[in-house]
Design a binder for this molecule. Structure first.
Ligand code: ZN
Length: 384
């Protein structure tokens, strides 16, 4: 047995009693203890080979605890979920540490340009011109941060990227309709480091074989340039419809503070106009609107009008829809919201940088197409 620290021979020392925790309860066993006389470090080769975690969880329990930590609202809720569903009682801290360790393992692989599972050939859907289209999306969203001592730190931007194959509303007769295939990436990277990381998963699903590349973004600064730089074949960059739709909902609530129904009706009308006529027309309509004199309403409207005007060239929705292009997650929710928002941006939440980076990776993996989560636990990484 060679020592993992210095590489020299480590000798068998003794058998030691030990208990690991599994999905079916504690497992007591005797493990061999080896000692390196050169550097004085001890090791347990069995635990290493069996994949026991630093908190003595078996790989099966590690996987379930990581899932609970990533999908529940908090690590505390994750520990409760685990107790409820698997009958395993772990502390909040153990769920947190276990999930974050797994997330860091994933982050290391992502940063090294490795992907999960075998290469695949996505059946890219055709637009109404008969061209197959591959989509790549880049968004960023703020995550409130906590300083190591517990104080408030500057927020950080979490990037969310996605390669996807959405099914058009009216698929061709020879195409199989189905849910959108997507692979997500997310983490607290500087944008210039993050955008290139999307190229590995894009290549892995055969993006090169699509006739057209289409970009989606939230319109944030720098995103469009990074998309073009890393995906030079992108023909158009579309503002994901979700983002203006969400802003319009906010404005309609300010206009109709007393009636949720009237607010929803107004938002629907604006969305309809945006889809049917594009951003420039909606901006003109809102400019002419007779806003009631109410605190903040006019300012909120001005802000959205400016947003529509600045992004009008990415909001030619009638044109995109006529071509059969996907204009984003629209009716449902944005990638930012499902990957990052629903776990990292809940009320009162503050994150450490390390933890949020790790959990962003896990959630992106979990949201990705079927098979990706499984491949991670099977340690089925592409070579780098
Ligand atoms: Zn050694």
């Amino acid at each position: 047995m060679s020592c993992p620290h210095c590489g020299l021979a480590a000798e068998f020392h003794s058998h030691r009693e030990h208990t690991s925790l599994s999905l079916v309860g504690p497992i007591p066993y005797r493990r061999c203890y080896y000692l390196c006389r050169t550097c004085g470090k001890g090791l347990f080769p069995f635990d290493h080979e069996a994949g026991m975690t630093p908190r003595h969880l078996t790989p099966g329990l590690e996987r379930v605890a990581t899932l609970a930590g990533a999908v529940a609202d908090s690590f505390e809720k994750g520990a409760e979920l685990l107790a409820e569903m698997a009958g395993v009682k772990l502390s909040e801290a153990t769920v947190e540490r276990t999930a974050e360790d797994a997330g860091h393992r994933l982050a290391d692989a992502v940063a090294a340009g490795r992907t999960l599972g075998p290469p695949v050939d996505w059946p890219w859907h055709k637009d109404y011109e008969g061209k197959t289209c591959a989509y790549v999306e880049l968004d960023a969203t703020g995550v409130r941060q906590q300083a190591p001592g517990g104080g408030v730190a500057d927020g950080r931007m979490a990037n969310v990227g996605m390669v996807c194959n959405p099914c058009p509303e009216w698929p061709w007769p020879d195409e199989k309709a189905g849910p959108m295939q997507a692979r997500y990436l997310s983490g607290l990277y500087p944008l210039e480091d993050f955008a290139p990381l999307l190229r590995a998963p894009a290549g892995r699903v055969g993006m090169d074989r699509a006739d057209r590349w289409i970009g989606l973004s939230d319109g944030g600064s720098g995103l469009e340039g990074r998309l073009r730089e890393n995906f030079p074949r992108v023909e158009a960059i579309i503002l994901d419809f979700f983002h203006p739709a969400e802003k319009l909902t906010g404005l309609s609530r300010l206009l109709h503070p007393d009636s949720e129904e009237a607010a929803e009706e107004q938002a629907r009308e604006w969305r309809h106009l945006l889809k049917g006529e594009g951003g420039a027309v909606l901006a003109a309509v809102l400019s002419e609107w007779e806003w009631p004199r109410r605190r903040g309403l006019r300012e909120a409207a001005e802000e959205i009008i400016g947003y529509l005007e600045n992004n009008a060239h990415r909001m030619e929705y009638p044109e995109y829809l006529a071509k059969g292009w996907c204009i984003g997650s629209g009716g449902v929710e944005s990638a930012c919201k499902t990957v990052v928002g629903q776990r990292l941006k809940l009320a009162g939440m503050r994150w450490g940088e390390d933890g949020s980076h790790s959990v962003c990776h896990l959630r992106a993996l979990y949201r990705s197409e079927k098979g990706q989560w499984e491949a991670f636990w099977a340690r089925d990484f592409s070579p780098n």
